[in-house]
Ligand binder design. Structure first.
Ligand SMILES: NC(=O)C1=CN([C@@H]2O[C@H](COP(=O)(O)OP(=O)(O)OC[C@H]3O[C@@H](n4cnc5c(N)ncnc54)[C@H](O)[C@@H]3O)[C@@H](O)[C@H]2O)[C@H](O)CC1
Ligand SMILES: [K+]
Length: 239
């Protein structure tokens, strides 16, 4: 099977992976190689913040869920606030209901004094919206407050930047059975997801520090595409 559907500006092919394949990459990276989830999430949040700052935004609203995607969004909120971007976080649940890595990230932004509230939100009035509600962990049509957050992205004039995949989009198939974010840009982590094939906006690949031994162990074709950069724009190959 010809798997690469992207290449870098330098012409290097970049393999697209399904959600299950990416879960395996994460599992091998953590369980076999010893990379921590928080380490990868830190790189995700930092690179996402860098992409948001590159748009010239002075203000940002981070929409975050409870999983790895939301945790990356919360880490991004910290990096933005550290650089004096006026950040607000809107969650799909009460802060006290967060769990795991997202709860850990929330604890820090809360201690920093970053405003955090539970949605639903109207369309955010700000320069940039970070869509970190759901990533490759989507199951079925988006429900509940997460659905309100996804729909709020449709009514804003702000530049919407989605983390990993637009929330509501199936990362493997590109299909959606409910509302889906229509972003200005996607910052996808480690490798592009097969479901991004039909997404009609620029896709940028962010380095989260996964070493090539992880891809070798899984027989995923991989040439490190990052060189000196941590964010690399991708082009579709047209097949
Ligand atoms: N190596 C990497 O690529 C890394 C990726 N990271 C990020 O983590 C997410 C995947 O994390 P996971 O916890 O598995 O799932 P999600 O955050 O995508 O979603 C879980 C979250 O979403 C809720 N949910 C699921 N379906 C629905 C629905 N239909 N309606 C409402 N809510 C829904 C669910 O309840 C959970 O709360 C990946 O995309 C990356 O962004 C890591 O941060 C670093 C390594
Ligand atoms: K997302």
């Amino acid at each position: 099977m010809e798997r690469a559907v992207y290449r870098t500006a330098g012409g290097m092919p970049v393999t697209a992976v399904t959600a299950d394949e990416m879960r395996e990459v994460d599992r091998v990276a953590t369980e076999e190689v010893g990379l921590g989830l928080l380490q990868m999430m830190e790189n995700a949040g930092r690179n996402l913040a860098s992409a948001v700052r590159a748009t010239g935004a002075d203000g940002a609203v981070v929409l975050a869920g409870d999983g790895g995607n939301g945790g990356g969004g919360l880490a991004c909120a910290r990096h933005l606030a550290n650089r004096d971007v006026a950040v607000e976080v809107v969650l799909d649940r009460p802060p006290a209901a967060l769990d795991g890595a997202a709860a850990r990230q929330h604890r820090v932004v809360d201690a920093m004094g970053v405003p955090v509230r539970e949605g639903p939100a109207g369309p955010p009035e700000t320069d940039a919206v970070v869509d970190a509600v759901i990533g490759y962990g989507l199951s079925g049509a988006v429900r509940g407050i997460a659905r309100d957050l996804v729909e709020a992205c449709g009514g804003t004039d702000a530049r919407v930047v989605s983390l990993d995949v637009p929330s509501g989009l199936d990362a493997t198939t590109g299909e959606s059975t409910g509302p889906v974010v229509d972003p200005a840009e996607v910052i996808t982590l480690a490798l592009p997801k097969t479901g991004l094939r039909g997404v009609d906006c620029p896709v940028t690949l962010a380095d989260i520090g996964i070493p090539r031994t992880v891809y070798r162990r899984l027989d995923v074709p991989y040439d490190p595409p990052f060189d000196d950069a941590y964010l690399v724009p991708l082009e579709r190959t047209g097949e």
